[in-house]
Write a protein that binds this ligand. Structure first.
Ligand code: ZN
Length: 195
């Protein structure tokens, strides 16, 4: 990761505010107002810094490997921010909900999370999809993909590709037309009942 993003830095949301650039402080301040428990539950990327949740510094210092899944997810965001800085920033600043561009960026990163889940031999079952669903349709990411039937379709499509090894690690991501738009339209989508 460091090779592809030389300026990459790991920080923590409870670091002294003076240690953060001004606009990072502002972004955390706004997000804190909008997202419940923003400081404790979420890792946030503000290029080129990955901010881990409050109270995680000790755990991180002891065992950075435990953060593999998180870092692989955040790495996708970092690479996307590097490639599309303006588009990424705008799509996270805009508050609209429904079918959002934000949902596409998160789909790319959560597809990577699924790849890691599979690599670690952890389940990609319906309970896992339900947890993802709450992120895509719930308040945490400001209702970024609605209605929930569409969100489920997109996530199950991603899971199916990951299960079939069509999405290969280490840094594979979802593609806009193939993995986001097509399942939204219902084309080329096969329900998970085939398993
Ligand atoms: Zn994310």
């Amino acid at each position: 990761m460091q090779t592809r993003i030389p300026a990459l830095r790991i920080a923590f949301k409870d670091d002294a505010p003076e240690a953060m650039p001004f606009w990072h402080r502002a972004a955390h301040g706004i997000a804190r107002k909008l997202v419940p428990d923003y400081d404790h539950r979420f890792t946030t990327v503000l290029y080129p810094v990955v901010y881990l949740p409050v109270g995680t510094r000790d755990a991180y210092d002891k065992d950075p490997g435990r953060w593999l899944a998180t870092m692989r997810h955040e790495f996708i965001h970092l690479m996307d921010m590097k490639r599309h800085p303006v588009l990424m920033t705008v799509s996270y600043l805009l508050p609209p909900f429904g079918i959002t561009v934000r949902a596409f960026w998160e789909l790319r990163a959560y597809t990577q999370s699924m790849v890691v889940q599979k690599e670690l031999g952890l389940p990609l079952d319906d309970a896992y999809i339900d947890r993802m669903m709450s992120r895509f349709t719930g308040r945490s990411y400001l209702f970024m993909l609605w209605p929930s039937s569409l969100a489920r379709r997109v996530l199950e499509h991603a899971r199916e590709r990951v299960r079939r090894n069509e999405v290969e690690g280490p840094f594979a991501t979802a593609e806009f037309w193939r993995d986001f738009v097509r399942p939204l339209l219902g084309k080329g989508y096969k329900p998970s009942s085939v398993y």
